[in-house]
Design a protein around this ligand. Sequence first.
Ligand SMILES: Nc1ncnc2c1ncn2[C@@H]1O[C@H](COP(=O)(O)OP(=O)(O)O)[C@@H](O)[C@H]1O
Ligand SMILES: [Mg+2]
Length: 340
Amino acid sequence: MVRDDQRVPEVECAIHAKRLHRVYRKGRRFSRHRGSVVAVEDISFGVPRGTIFGMLGPNGAGKTTTIKMLSTLLIPTSGTATVGGYDVARDDRAVRRQLGVVLGGDRGLYGKLSARDNLVYFGTLYGMTKQSLRRRTGELLDLVNLRDRADERVEGYSRGMKQRLHLAKSLLHDPPILILDEPTIGLDPAAAVDMRAAIAALVPQHTVLLTTHDMHEANQLCREIAIVDQGRIVAQGSPRELKARVAAERRVVVSTRSPLDGHMPIVESQISRLPGVRGVTSAFCDGGGTELTILCGDTASTLDETLAVLRGFGAAVSAVRVVEPTLEDAFLAIAGRGFE
Ligand SMILES: Nc1ncnc2c1ncn2[C@@H]1O[C@H](COP(=O)(O)OP(=O)(O)O)[C@@H](O)[C@H]1O
Ligand SMILES: [Mg+2]
């Protein structure tokens, strides 16, 4: 069996985690209530260069803890990881040069300064020269689509604009690798769309590791997704591969204009015997017709054959829906429970 961390050879990975493990101690020393929480339990994965990799999981799954270990903010209890080929525990300075990090939270920008002056200020801290800073801030403001508002004070920015400025700031020292912790959390839908556009534009020049609890976001942005739950990777693959694991969730839903009444049992039995059909249910629908829900492997052929059966009974079809499995279905099937 190929283990997930062996899907891509280590040398081709910008980030490589090997059995990362982190325990938090809880409660005060010598307290009766002292205990420990295993936040991350033996997590292994590789992020191929030039791609976006997503850690998808519910609250408390261990995403932020993993990211903090990779960005040298937290020491692993055990296990190792490399970023840009450098070990996160032994070469933390080299790792930080390779890495731009955007963690959640509002801190880290000066509200009284403009976006441009924020970037110039932090760039100067990094030791960048005036000339290279002028060029770089211009490029970055374009990349995150803030050029038009670059000279306004950041305190007047929307949350989405601040988040995009955080991204620009993390790119100042031109790191090849970016780590983003829930980059769109708390943004309104339109701001999230803009943020995702900025993230999508980072590859293939950069490698991106992001965490999210938004299935749609993971599906849209990530070449590869690790589904994490309770500190472990419970499944890993491309969005398509993960959804294919729940192929049984494919459904064809057909509504008829008038009720099938007496024909219903025979219609159901004929459909249930079609190749690839795993189950059929029927219900009265609002318009007075019947709604048939068919669980199947191949939605296209099942739809064709179902329509032929209904035609044979003279039933007029009023609506047809094909429901493909979503990442939500995949999570449900793999983790054995819903997401929230
Ligand atoms: N500083 C901390 N001290 C104790 N427990 C923590 C700390 N930070 C996180 N945890 C616990 O570790 C687990 C993983 O948390 P976290 O990595 O923040 O998950 P996520 O980012 O996926 O929501 C949770 O059970 C959380 O309560
Ligand atoms: Mg988190």
